[in-house]
Design a protein around this ligand. Sequence first.
Ligand code: PLP
Length: 277
Amino acid sequence: MVVQKMAEIPLVLTIAGFDPSSGAGATADLKTISALGGYGVACLTALTVQSSLGVFRVHTIDAGVVRETLARLVEDMPPAAIKIGMLGTGPRTGEVVEAVAEFLEGWRSVPSVLDPVLRSSSGVDLLDSDGFSMVKERILPLVGWVTPNLAEAALLSGRRVEAAGDIPAAAAELQRQFAALNVVVTGGHLGKPDDYFLAPGSAGVWVEGERVETRSTHGTGCAFSTALAVSLAKGAGAEEAVRAAKAYVTGALKNAPAIGKGRGPLAHFWRLKDSSE
Ligand code: PLP
């Protein structure tokens, strides 16, 4: 008989799209989870045709496959945290959002992080307007965390979010609508790339960032939200988890090699770099 110790490794589930270049989406998330000492499992919501040069096509997965994947996976491998990313575009999206929402209803006791992926940096929609309304209505009330960038914070809050000074009011508006929500507005597009964290019932805090000059910025939002989910799975406190995710992404940007002809991937495994370098 084979006797094995029960795994102590935190299991993290990503519900996300597939980016074949692995800069963003589920395969990038699996790298982030592994790099931070978790065991990653994934449910794909959409396939994209994509390279570092941009997104060329989106093919949303059948909602029945999403539903069954989630059910089969978690009866075997219950997650300690869940990250939700891209949900898709087109007529199938509503059903996918509904399948994910029904799944989340049964998993409210574990930390969940929504990265509200609306559009790729190359300007292609990764969620359409019907999908967006459904995410607000069905997914946001069920998750503990949301990590919008400036544009996503503007759409979700219905406010203008162009400068650092606009962010606290947008985060407060989101929390007015969803009282239990931890909001992290990621400031990667600001001159000084600080993030703003607003926990329920607390004053907001700024988490300072450092500008890294690189063109390897593809999938920074995915890496941040997934790193946050891993820290929460490990039992970190809320602010500690935000700071750990910020530090992870900054290191992954600083160490990124130039891969591809466009906006390349981060160095997800930067902490495993040969120590002799
Ligand atoms: N493709 C997939 C599957 C994604 O999940 C995301 C973002 O989360 C993107 C593309 C867009 O990444 P970026 O905005 O860094 O281009």
